[in-house]
Design a protein around this ligand. Structure first.
Ligand code: ZN
Length: 170
């Protein structure tokens, strides 16, 4: 009887070891898939400094994935961010928002991002100005981000009132 129990324990141990081995092999396969050569050959990340508005997240991410041929879009979100970057204040909370945006773009560069978009959109709660004025904010915001001196290409995007159409501002 004791011997039987002993064998059963051995069987359990062996089963556990086998399960562990299968699990580790599976985990290894998942990891090698995530770092396949095709990911290393193409830019996997790009970056968007976008409003927090939920309506503009998917359209901007979809646009950027195509525009940059990237798999992932790092999103840096602040309400009415084009106005904050255009103002580029040297004091107050907004100053620290700008510093934080700079630091987060640097993290995206560590992911390999070569392009960052700054986004403005229709009916923005954080920046209630009209389209023309917001596009001026975008142009000034570009100057602010370029002055960070981060060696990253800055593009400007406008999301139209259908919250689907994304326009590249020249
Ligand atoms: Zn907004």
């Amino acid at each position: 009887m004791l011997r039987l129990i002993g064998n059963r324990k051995e069987t359990l141990k062996a089963s556990f070891a086998l399960f562990f081995l299968v699990f580790m092999t599976w985990t290894g396969l998942q990891e090698s898939e995530a770092t396949s050569t095709s990911d290393q050959e193409h830019p996997t990340f790009c970056c968007a400094v976008n409003c927090m508005d939920g309506r503009v997240q998917d359209p901007v991410a979809n646009f950027m994935r195509k525009f940059c041929s990237a798999k992932y879009v790092d999103m840096i979100n602040e309400a009415g961010v084009n106005k904050t970057l255009a103002d580029n204040p040297d004091s107050g909370i907004a100053k620290y928002l700008v510093i934080n945006i700079k630091e987060e773009i640097k993290i995206s560069q560590k992911h390999g991002a070569k392009i960052v978009a700054i986004v403005g959109h229709y009916e923005c709660g954080g920046n209630p100005a009209g389209k023309e004025e917001q596009i001026e904010h975008l142009r000034k915001a570009k100057e602010t981000v370029e002055a960070f001196g981060l060696n990253i290409q800055v593009i400007l995007l406008w999301v139209e009132k259908d919250f689907k159409t994304v326009v590249l501002i020249k």
